[in-house]
Design a binder for this molecule. Sequence first.
Ligand code: F6P
Length: 495
Amino acid sequence: RKILADELPGAQVIVVSNREPYIHNLVDGPDGDEVELVVPASGLVSALEPITRACNGTWIAYGGGSADHLTVGADDSIQVPPDRPSYTLRRVWLSEEEHEGYYLGFANEGLWPLCHIAFTRPVFRTSDWETYQAVNRKFADTVVKEARNERPIVLVQDYHFALLPRMIRERLPEAIVITFWHIPWPNSEVFSICPWREAILDGLLGSSIIGFHTQFHCNNFIESVDRFMESRIEREDAAISYGGQTSLVHAYPISIEWPPVQLETLPSVAECRRDVREKYGLADDVKLCVGVERLDYTKGILDRLRALEDLFERHPEWIGRLTLLQVAAPSRGTLPAYRQLYEECHRYADELNRRFGRNGSKPVLMVAEHHSQRQVYEVYRAADLCLVTSLHDGMNLVAKEFVAARDDERGVLLLSTFAGASKELLEALIVNPYDVTMMADALQQALTMPEQEQRSRMRRMREIVRDNNVYRWAGSMLLDAARLRKRGEMERATA
Ligand code: F6P
């Protein structure tokens, strides 16, 4: 807020994302239909929500909840958060065909597997691409409508909107468009298989700033531009000049709010431990391992089950003394790759429970249900260790949330080397999820780690998340945007 006031006075902040921060659904209640409020399982939402709140901005998103239309005013907007309104959520309505082609099709069957190394083949359909373009145009219309003047700051989020920056630039040439790509960017060889690669790069290069989580992904993006676009690249400044405009390409590692608001109302760690153990019927001497994510093939859920199996085979002393609570929020469930993963995870968990279950205790509790942020933090606080074993991940905020939840400085984090978070949280036990033996050895190390070592590792990781919190993430982008605007003004004045 201070950076906005000092460096960009009077600027209006508009966030655009596919996923909305508050979803209203119609559910069956005792007296008929009721409206239920859901905060979605999304790192993007947990990061952007405190920022939008802090600057009283406008958030434009797809209104996907079954009761969303019942809660908005005539301008399709609602003030949120519901308990302490501080910003405007403007919903964009999409038809079933639009949602299918743009979100399920092009974004999640095309770009998602293209950008993640998980060996799932991307599917590119011309009809999906056409819908993706049309939906990006629809969001551009909404941005223009919501802009109070010619110079808003528009924060475009993620791979659902690769074309939006250019569309905004054409209609609001003086806007600052900061695009953040929340997922990895592939190398130029992989990127080249996308049939519309030039159009995607052209769209993104409408941005003033293009942000990624890591320098490695920035480098991949710059290489892709170098290979496919007629542009001038100044590598030292990470600046790309294309079509008479300059875009900066920078790494801004995303983070979470510090201290997390969830901790304000949660009971002590001891109480969370007791409550979660009671809820899942776990004896006191059973170690609790947790995994929390959307049920997605990039998250390495099957790989952690393999590691668990290996651990039980080589260290049978853990049989009956260790449970993995896998919170797996249902996600993109109509797509074949996700349906298949759901079945495989449940089949594998059942098999492990048959082989290694003892006296009613199960080694794997697969809970494929949505959990509120409060429930998730309760689980983090109850756990002895947290597993983040993504095959590939932009950042992964679960790792940071787990650390933030542990104000008792206890618990161990196992973290994939292929998640951006592993470049910051060096005190985690860093693992390669493809190496089952290594993962099982790391589990053994975590389960037997002395308290003092847990404490010193956790303390260091907490300092890092505290110092590099989400306000710093947004602040550095806004500062860079302010510098760009000043430079443009000076250039215009001296021209
Ligand atoms: O961070 C990647 C991301 O796709 C976000 O864009 C999104 O909000 C989150 O994961 C959850 O995915 P979805 O919105 O498809 O449920």
